[in-house]
Design a protein. Structure first.
Lengths: 105, 105
């Protein structure tokens, strides 16, 4: 893939993660969501900071201690390491997110 | 700024660089070009790797040893550290690039 919008699934069972770049301490991923939502009782929680940019579509994001917000294209934010979070995506408007992880190890 | 497309200049004398995120070894910048082109005899050359994603508009990019290519929205690539490069932007189609620098120090 050399264009971020190539090979987009129309509908998939799970979120599609594609690693675009990786170096010591940094990883850039494309995340395509086609209606998936994080289960209420299984929030994400990872060991690295995650900087997220929503490129197209719409999504909701809940972050522990910060509440829920709606994201529109161009919105970006930081999800701190070890902070529980959940993503909600409307299947009518698939969301293409670009995530950059900064590993803390 | 919390949305990448906020506060966009229509026309500016120089490229507009805005730092969106910075951590040890990583920096994410928004670069807005409104027709600027790198002077032929003054190519860019930096001490860090630069991963670039073109979000809107159109741009040409020349990289030493790789030649010139046209970028369309969604195209991404790596400009290695210490590699001369030049950017060409059509003033009719301002380009909004997202650059992620990985410092090697």
């Amino acid at each position: 893939m050399i264009n971020l919008f190539d090979n987009l699934p129309c509908q998939a069972e799970e979120e599609l993660l594609t690693e675009l770049f990786a170096r010591k301490g940094v990883r850039i991923e494309r995340i395509v969501s086609t209606g998936q939502s994080t289960p209420e009782d299984q929030p994400y929680k990872q060991e690295s900071d995650e900087w997220v940019l929503l490129l197209t579509g719409a999504a909701g994001l809940w972050i522990e201690g910060e509440g829920e917000r709606d994201l529109r294209p161009g919105d970006y934010l930081l999800i701190p390491a070890r902070r529980c979070h959940r993503v909600y995506v409307d299947s009518e408007k698939p969301a293409y997110r670009l995530a950059r992880h900064t590993l803390l190890r």
